[in-house]
Design a protein around this ligand. Structure first.
Ligand SMILES: C[S@@+](CC[C@H](N)C(=O)[O-])C[C@H]1O[C@@H](n2cnc3c(N)ncnc32)[C@H](O)[C@@H]1O
Length: 403
């Protein structure tokens, strides 16, 4: 690798990344290519975690220049990978020199997805953009490089993450408007925006995003519910006061949930009530394959629309088998999918909600309509309700979102 005078040592790596993203089809236009070539990803992820899948649990290996050396860290930085940068709302790669367990709470999204979203955002040179989920600030850097930082506002809920992004953006030479707070509230002071883009997922479209986007402006996000079903990318056009209409783009992308939209904790009394809840068992034709996104991306999404307040919990008693449970905490209802290898699947339901009955009924209506894929559905937003529908917004394949 030869580096010209005045060139950053990572310029060749950025050009290599841009070539790879163009080849994969994620990077499609010259202005975004220029941005990818300009923004030094290493500044935004000085340290991160590499995932190590084990038989029993996932471990996270810290990657910092000190632990793996400068060359390996830069090589990894410029691969088209998502790198987790925070575990359990606080742990960074600089806090440990050994692999650790934990739940990812912030990351630098893979550049292929970042740039594909930026392409799908359909910005113009003068677009004012509101980004939700600054994270490392890398995507904010790309937006700033493409549009000029004065047109970019980004909101991050986690103060420590926001502070690191601010430092990285300054180091990279960008000064967009950075806000620490709940991005679901948008940024009323900066409205109206031409574009809103979210790199965390929502259960429903926040009213603030619609209110803060000019009519004709676009909102690009992913939607994720408590059964972990993701919509892939959704792009809505704001049509009037509090109203928007949109389409699912047919991708299988997924982001971590926006913090206030994540499933509520099960609570200390979970085991007490669920283990003692009377249940009735019956056979079911729709078994737990419905709950596997890779078996049926759309069917899982339909199941989630049918029981929007249920969450998926994988759970077993003591040393017994582990089964998928749909749990509605508010209604104290459960559906347990019991599928032993050779046996026909059965479901045990308890509580007032009969969750699996609702899932089965929605799935059979969807199958009766020819099992349309999610990219044939649309979403309509009004101040009163948000509906995801196929064919007819009032028809049998239409569901209102929980808000
Ligand atoms: C996948 S990361 C963002 C990736 C980032 N855009 C990048 O390129 O590195 C998602 C981020 O969304 C943030 N987040 C979660 N809920 C949020 C909310 N309600 N408002 C703003 N940010 C939120 C998380 O703290 C996390 O940093």
């Amino acid at each position: 690798m030869t580096v010209e005078a005045g060139e950053s040592p990572t310029t060749p790596l950025r050009l290599r990344l841009a070539d790879a993203l163009a080849k994969s089809g994620d990077l499609r236009t010259t202005p975004w290519r220029t941005a990818i070539e300009a923004v030094p990803r290493e500044v935004f992820i000085p340290g991160f975690f590499e995932r190590i899948d084990g038989a029993r649990e996932t471990m996270w290996r810290p990657i910092t220049p000190e632990l793996v050396g400068v060359t390996e860290r830069l090589e990894l930085t410029y691969t088209d990978e998502t790198w987790v940068t925070q575990l359990n709302h606080g742990i960074t790669a600089f806090d440990t020199d050994m692999p650790v367990t934990g739940a990812p709470t912030s990351s630098s999204t893979l550049p292929g997805l970042v740039v594909r979203m930026l392409e799908e955002l359909q910005v113009e040179d003068s677009s004012r953009v509101l980004e939700i989920g600054t994270g490392t600030g890398y995507s904010t850097g790309l937006l700033s490089a493409r549009l000029g930082p004065q047109l970019v506002t980004s909101v991050e809920v986690d103060p420590a993450v926001a502070a690191r992004a601010r430092k990285a953006l300054a180091e990279a030479g960008y000064s967009p408007d950075l806000i620490t707070g709940d991005g679901l509230l948008g940024n009323p002071a900066g409205a109206l925006y031409d574009r809103v883009i979210a790199t965390c997922s929502v259960r429903h479209i926040p009213a603030a995003w619609v209110a803060q986007t000019r009519p004709g402006g676009l909102i690009l996000t992913t939607m994720l519910g408590w059964l972990h079903a993701s919509s892939g990318l959704v792009r809505l056009e704001v049509t009037g006061e509090g109203t928007a209409e949109g389409a699912f783009l047919g991708t299988t992308d997924s982001f971590m949930p926006a913090r206030p939209h994540a499933a509520p904790p099960l609570g200390d009394d979970f085991h007490a009530w669920i283990d003692n809840l009377p249940t009735t068992e019956r056979p079911t034709a729709a078994g737990s394959e419905i709950l596997d996104p890779w078996e049926g991306w759309t069917s899982l999404f339909i199941a989630q629309l049918a029981v929007p307040d249920a969450q998926l919990v994988t759970y077993g008693l003591d040393d017994g088998p582990v089964f998928d449970h749909l749990v509605d905490l508010d209604q104290r209802s459960v559906a347990i999918l019991e599928q032993e290898s050779e046996e026909p699947p059965t479901v045990r339901q308890g509580g007032p909600a009969n969750l699996w009955d609702s899932v089965e009924s929605a799935i059979s209506q969807w199958r009766a309509a020819g099992s349309p894929s999610l990219d044939q559905f649309r979403i309509t937003v009004t101040p009163e309700e948000q509906t995801i529908w196929f064919g007819d917004p009032q028809g049998p394949l239409s569901w209102n979102l929980s808000q």
